[in-house]
Design a protein around this ligand. Structure first.
Ligand code: GCB
Length: 607
């Protein structure tokens, strides 16, 4: 009881903290940008000697503040001792993880310093925003030797207003990025993916007018097919500023006025609208205009609700023909860097008959979600609350809550995103329930126009596979990971003996099942690692899962083989998780065809 009260207090506190932090700007890609992508010089600093002195005191705390690598100093005379030099250091490409760019860094976990020089011509009256798409995991940012701040969390964007630190002419931007894993972080020390470090996503300097458009939400009202609802938020709290919202193709032209908080809210009936669907992913040109700024976006409109065990997209029952995807390019192992990389993976999913993807296990690139909008793929978006988190730690909760709210904030205008997932395979306990249920409530309070879920665990009792996690009560969709035929239950045909018991009368979308196969390795259907074993596993799993009343979709694990330090078998794995339906070479495994045939059949049943 006491613990529960403590957690409710914790939840309230954390919510307040989340509100107090500045949320990343909406639609960075639509702004006036100077790209800071490209070559950055770097220094590998495993002992963090650029951050701490020899007594392990941070240079930042010392009276002079001197000594840290963020100074980016040059030797002024030949007697001066400076034991680093960005100018003489090699470079890394941004965006991009460091692991795939230098042999020394392949397995590295620790600190790397990045430096970029860039020139700007400042215009009075403008604001300047330095924006990072993501840096894994902890980033300390310094501009011209002054610290701008620190950010934790490897997959969400962050930004700094840099007007006063920016100089007209050449600027030096230094970022310390540390990808060390730690128990109390999100994710924690233990995951099944490669811990790619670095400035993994785009870096921009945005030039903005003083009262720029900070945020907006333009969506259909929850569950309503004929009402447009939302707000436009200016960076400054200017009252009575006129903001126009136009969607010419939908006959919308609204002249709105901001309230004292600088926000213009609206709720407006819609006469005609072509709903966004995976088959017809219609996006409308949307323009937002103020006296100082004009911003364009492309937004799709659709409703998503559940009714009994159905998932209704624009009022029509839907089956989610999905697959899980990691943010990794198997061909040049490393994080997805370009739109081409992203389009390739989403196209592979479409080629398998998918209308849905689970972007596991952390927020993927904003460009990936925008592509899903364009290509007609529904999306499950997730935060890295994965396996065993420090459930009782307040700071850990705040971190998870911040990652969740930044994800929701970033992608709230994307028609493709229908499900927010608050975590994956978290083992049952009271503390975990408090943590996870707080996240589920937070997701709903941030966005009541989408569905909430989490990938739950099953437990077994004889031949019963039971899903009764009480978190299920707070979720719209019941999802669970189930590895019968691979981690338990003997060979795949044994699955015939099992039955699933689900405590909730809600739509069921299986978040994972699967098994490993090394492409090109053949045997019979009982030979582990063979394509035939994986094929048989898919045949029996699909049979088994089809017996679930309320089955409305699935995202088998996983689209393509991915790298993981946990996967140690030197021949079959060699640091690769081989559960892909595509091999790391891009070639299709036998199981691919089983799933595709199943999806083709399903497609005929649902429209
Ligand atoms: C899981 C995890 C996923 C792993 C997968 C596996 O349950 O959610 O991240 O990669 O199993 O391959 O074991």
């Amino acid at each position: 009881m006491l613990k529960n009260i403590a957690f409710v207090v914790l939840f309230l506190l954390a919510s307040v903290t989340v509100k107090g932090q500045s949320e990343p700007i909406q639609h960075i890609l639509g702004r006036n940008l100077l790209s800071l992508n490209g070559s950055w010089q770097y220094i590998i600093d495993p002992y963090e000697m650029g951050f701490y002195d020899y007594r392990h005191e941070p240079f930042e705390n010392s009276a002079s503040g001197k000594g840290g690598f963020y100074d980016d100093r040059k030797q002024r005379d030949k007697t001066e001792l400076i034991e680093y030099s960005f100018d003489d250091s090699p470079s890394l490409q941004v965006p991009g993880d460091w692991n795939s760019q230098a042999e020394k860094l392949a397995l590295y976990e620790g600190t790397v310093w990045y430096r970029k020089k860039f020139s700007v011509h400042l215009t009075p009256g403008n604001k300047y925003l330095l924006y990072f798409g993501a840096a894994n995991y902890e980033a300390h940012v310094y501009l011209n030797g002054k610290k701008l701040g620190m950010h934790k969390g490897g997959f969400t964007p962050f930004q700094f207003e840099v007007g006063s630190q920016l100089v007209d002419g050449e600027n030096s931007l230094v970022v310390k990025v540390d990808n060390n894993r730690a128990q109390d972080e999100i994710p924690t020390i233990n995951t099944d993916w490669w811990n790619y470090g670095g400035l993994t996503r785009d870096v921009y300097l945005a030039t903005l007018p003083a009262g720029y458009i900070q945020d907006y939400k333009i969506q259909l009202a929850p569950g309503s097919g004929n009402r447009l609802e939302g707000y436009i938020q200016l960076a400054d709290s200017i009252v009575n500023e006129v903001v126009t919202l136009s969607i010419p193709e939908a006959g919308i032209q609204l002249a709105l006025k901001t309230d004292p908080q600088g926000r213009a809210s609206f709720s407006h009936p819609l006469k005609k609208i072509h709903y966004w669907t995976p088959d017809m992913p219609k996006l409308y040109d949307v323009q937002i205009k103020t006296a100082e700024e004009e911003l364009r976006d492309r937004i799709g409109f659709r409703t998503i609700v559940t009714k009994g065990q159905d998932i209704l997209l624009n009022g029509q029952s839907l089956f989610l023909r999905g697959v899980s995807i990691h943010d990794e390019n198997p061909l040049i192992p490393g994080r997805l860097r370009s739109e081409g990389d992203m389009r390739m993976l989403l196209q592979w999913a479409k080629d398998m008959g998918c209308n849905y993807v689970r972007l596991a296990h952390y927020p993927h690139n904003e460009k990936m979600i925008r592509l899903a909008d364009e290509m007609g793929l529904l999306v499950w978006a997730e935060i890295p609350v994965y396996w065993t988190i420090s459930w009782e730690n307040v700071a850990t909760y705040q971190n998870a809550a911040k990652q969740l709210s930044d994800l929701v904030s970033r992608d709230k205008n994307r028609a493709s995103v229908i499900i927010w997932s608050v975590g994956n395979e978290t083992p049952l306990s009271g503390a975990r329930y408090n943590f996870m249920s707080s996240l589920a409530k937070l997701a709903r309070s941030k966005d009541n126009s989408r569905l909430i879920s989490a990938a739950l665990e099953v437990h077994r009792d004889g031949y019963k596979v039971i899903v009764n996690d009480s978190l299920g009560e707070l979720l719209d969709v019941v999802s669970f990971n189930e590895y019968g035929g691979w981690y338990w239950g003997g060979v795949p045909e044994e699955l015939r003996k099992y039955q699933v018991e689900i405590a909730y009368d809600k739509p069921v979308v299986i978040s994972e099942f699967g098994g490993d196969a090394l492409a090109g390795f053949h045997g019979d259907e009982h030979t582990r690692w063979s394509e035939e074993y994986q094929e048989s596993l898919y045949i029996h799993q699909l049979d088994f899962l089809s017996g679930i009343k309320g089955l409305r979709g699935m995202t088998p694990w996983v689209l393509v083989d991915f790298r993981s330090p946990r996967r140690q078998h030197p021949y079959f794995q060699d640091f690769w998780n081989r559960k892909g339906l595509y091999a790391s070479s891009g070639e299709k495994k036998k199981a691919f065809y089983i799933l595709k045939a199943y999806y083709d059949r399903i497609r005929k049943k649902y429209h």
